[in-house]
Write a protein that binds this ligand. Structure first.
Ligand code: 6R9
Length: 617
């Protein structure tokens, strides 16, 4: 049974810790819990270096077996054996050390989907530096905010990135970010040549990475870390304030990455595992890098988009490299579905064994199409629910053990105590809906928010004392399966990107003459959710285009709203609270279902807003 682990949890967890290669094996599992200051540790007296679990032990046992296959947009392929990958990581680790990086220092990684993005993460881990991977889609200001928060000593970026037919000016954006950052922690910028473009180099700060790697030694003694030493900081958005840097640690996170990768996908060393996530997302951390490599699984990485230069490119990648497990997002699945089935029918896809989905609710349509057409009816679809904060998969139909069902994440993995609580904190027993909480710690949980443990406690443990609150709601169905119903806070999930509406609103508020505004999410056929902004702007003030540009500048183009409606006023309660529920309905054009408006300060405002939305804008 799924709860067999509970009878003797400590023994279960100690057994799981043995997945890793330790320098000093831990003697205890969990200490601390979710009460009070929520300080939890796992395997605290163990000592290890995560890269020895991910590389050295496989390089010793199977040096020539394939560790990583990378295919570029242009068709170029790189195959690295475990021995090759270990050498590459050691070279990069030595280059970082040579550039002055020490154990505990933060290193910002801002790279496209090239082999070096994985190598650089592992190189940081090799020397005990804490990586913070930054999304290539962040604007200069978005990057600057995170640099100021994480205070890295060194940045690794690329000259440019390729994205379909587009070229993304990575170095230029990073230069802009560094000039906006108020802190001055960054001493060195290493620049990887990806396209070979000429980019400006700042004397005394910027160095070409290539020559540094060429001159570096291929062996690098690993720094030995305590299990609770930080492995990385990764930024994500919440309902309030600036992005928060979740801190994951060397021991427990690695145990969770390895366990969940094996259990959710039934994955082992015979598999070719392709997780399409970018390494700047938690999914890339756990299922492109740490989970599969810890388990000795061959990792496939592809540089580009699903349908560039031609539709069906991802299917070709699967056939070419014999991918056995394919893990992607509902957004990608919906986009590929929209291309029609002819493209798919022309491909074999015979190597596939398991399919996975992550990042947003998949919905029955996309699930069924994925199952029937991509998996040809024979591959289980594993819908995996989890978060940046949880480190790894939490609720999913463990491949082979739990029967999947369309659109349902199904059951918590062993070690996960998922509960549903109502608004008053009373557990929802049996069938019903509630706020999804975790009643006990697990090794992979984030330990804190970088620089602010108080914010960590306030964000996750204040709503329901003694419980971690996920920010999602879920429904427990008659057979005990969990169906995730979506965020209950002010976070909108656009194509799997978590965007806090407060961040959007603060960008829009900078617009000329903007009096007030509200950002909300609405259902979107391809992206899952789309953002819509309602803004009250004085005559002669900023228009829709100017307000969208402010969002692109402050956060990145991926966060630009679908529409900005300029309205005379926002619907408010008599106490002055904006009624977002109404705005969501109006933006989704569900105006028959607005409900009782009599509690509004000015019920007539609603009609005027509807007129703007129906007028198209
Ligand atoms: C791994 C990841 C987390 C939020 C989460 C939830 C949504 C993720 C989901 C899902 C429904 C799934 N989410 N997986 N919703 N079904 N299978 O996505 O991390 O970027 O932190 O986002 O994404 O709302 O709370 P992150």
């Amino acid at each position: 049974m799924a709860s067999a682990w509970k009878a003797d949890a400590a023994t279960f967890w100690m057994q799981q810790s043995a997945r890793l290669l330790w320098r000093e094996a831990p003697t205890q599992a969990q200490a601390g819990d979710f009460t009070g200051t929520a300080h939890v540790t796992w395997f605290a007296d163990g000592r290890l270096n995560p890269t020895e679990s991910c590389l050295d032990r496989h390089a010793a046992a199977r040096p020539d077996a394939c560790a990583l296959i990378w295919e570029g947009q242009d068709g170029r392929t790189i195959r690295l054996s475990w021995a090759d990958l270990l050498q590459r990581v050691c070279r990069m680790a030595n280059a970082l050390r040579e550039a002055g990086v020490a154990k505990g220092d933060r290193v910002a990684l801002h790279l496209p989907a090239v082999v070096e993005s994985v190598v650089a993460m592992l190189a940081c881990a090799r020397i005990g530096a804490v990586h913070m991977v930054l999304f290539g889609g962040f604007s200069a200001e978005g990057l600057a905010d995170r640099l100021d928060d994480g205070t890295p000593v060194l940045v690794v970026t690329a000259d440019e990135a390729r994205r379909g037919a587009k070229i993304i000016p990575m170095k230029r954006t990073m230069d802009d970010a560094l000039s906006r950052a108020t802190g001055d922690s960054v001493r060195t910028v290493l620049v990887l040549a990806v396209t070979g473009a000429d980019v400006p180099m700042t004397a005394g700060r910027d160095r070409a990475l290539g020559p540094l790697l060429d001159g570096a030694d291929t062996a690098c003694a690993p720094a030995i870390l305590a299990a609770e030493d930080p492995l990385f900081v990764l930024y994500t958005s919440g309902s309030t304030g600036k992005p928060k840097g979740l801190v994951h640690v060397a021991g427990g996170y690695m145990v969770w990455a390895s366990l969940t990768h094996e259990v959710a996908f039934g994955c082992g060393s015979e598999d070719v595992f392709w997780c399409t996530a970018d390494t700047s997302w938690i999914t890339g951390h756990t299922y492109v890098v740490y989970g599969p490599l810890a388990n000795g699984t061959t990792v496939l990485m592809y540089e580009g988009l699903p349908s560039w230069p031609t539709p069906g490119r991802w299917w070709d990648v699967i056939d070419r490299h014999g991918v056995t497990v394919f893990y992607t997002s509902p957004t990608a699945i919906r986009a590929m579905k929209a291309e029609g089935n002819d493209i798919l029918e022309a491909r074999g896809l015979d190597s596939l064994r398991v399919l996975g989905s992550v990042g947003e609710p998949i919905g029955e349509d996309a699930w069924t199409w994925f199952h029937d057409h991509v998996g040809k009816g024979r591959c289980p679809v594993v819908d995996t629910w989890w978060q940046t904060e949880t480190g790894g998969i939490m609720i999913a139909p463990a491949a082979g053990a739990v029967a999947p069902r369309p659109g349902v994440a199904t059951r918590p993995l062993p070690g996960v105590e998922a509960v549903l609580l109502d608004a008053a904190g009373v557990p929802v027993v049996g069938e019903g809906e509630g706020n999804l909480c975790l009643a006990a710690s697990w090794p992979g949980q984030a330990r804190t928010i970088w620089g602010s443990h108080d914010r960590f406690v306030a964000t996750y443990f204040a709503t329901y004392p003694g419980h971690y609150f996920t920010g999602d709601a879920a429904r427990r169905e008659a057979d005990g399966y969990f169906r995730i119903t979506g965020r209950v806070d002010d976070v909108v999930n656009v194509s799997g990107h978590r965007i806090g509406t407060a961040e959007i609103e603060s960008a829009v508020m900078r617009g000329e003459g903007v009096v007030e505004c509200a950002a909300i999410g609405v259902p979107h056929g391809l992206k899952g959710e789309g953002l819509v902004v309602f803004a009250v702007v004085q005559p002669g003030g900023a228009g829709e285009a100017a307000l969208k540009a402010l969002v692109a500048d402050a956060i990145g183009r991926y966060a630009v709203p679908e529409a900005v409606y300029l309205v005379a006023d926002l619907p408010k309660t008599r106490s002055g609270k904006i009624v977002r529920r109404l705005l969501r309905k109006i933006a989704a054009r569900e105006i028959d279902a607005l409900g009782d408006l009599s509690t509004l300060a000015d019920p007539d405002a609603v009609g005027r807003i509807i007129a703007v939305v129906q007028g198209g804008g």
